[in-house]
Design a protein around this ligand. Sequence first.
Ligand code: HEC
Length: 167
Amino acid sequence: MSISPAKLAAGLVAAATIAVCAVCAGLAGSVIAHAQSSALYTDAQAQKGVDAYENNCAMCHGANMEGASGVTLLGPTFTSHYETIGDLMQFIVQNMPKNDPGTLSHDDYVDILAFILLKNGWPSGNQTLTFGGANSSRVPLTQASPSEPPPSQAPPTQAQQDPSQSN
Ligand code: HEC
């Protein structure tokens, strides 16, 4: 019994995909090192932030942060109100939820901040955001913009596809 051309092709594609991914994985380390200042939180934190946001913020700021009785938490006008990530974190911890400020756990505040960063186009990474780190962060909030999709959705750059091009 012979292997059909279609099966052979599928096998080759799978092998090629694995080879490409091995290259990606090797490069990921240097990419993360480069993007360290902007990859401030992990996917897991943002994911937990979805629930914490729904339970504590969505009733005033809308299910998608689009704004309701509270203002929108999306876009450049919103982020322009704060110089740094730390400024935003401090505002939230001291003033929100508006009906009961400062009452959430440190973890909930951090996770919600991660979710807000995600929704505003900030990439996630390997670095876990801490409560202290978020409060004292001097990273400018305007660094990422909503028009830039997170890297997971962006097509690979030329440098990622062709390692010979990178030093
Ligand atoms: C009871 C309603 C209510 C809840 C709950 C609430 N907020 Fe607000 N929030 C507001 C209102 C109203 C404003 C408008 C500014 C003000 O009056 O302080 C606001 C303003 C903000 C701002 C400033 C927006 C800007 O443009 O600078 C942030 C950030 C924020 N809220 C985050 C949160 C987060 C995060 C939560 C959940 C932990 C939350 N809020 C829960 C009502 C609420």
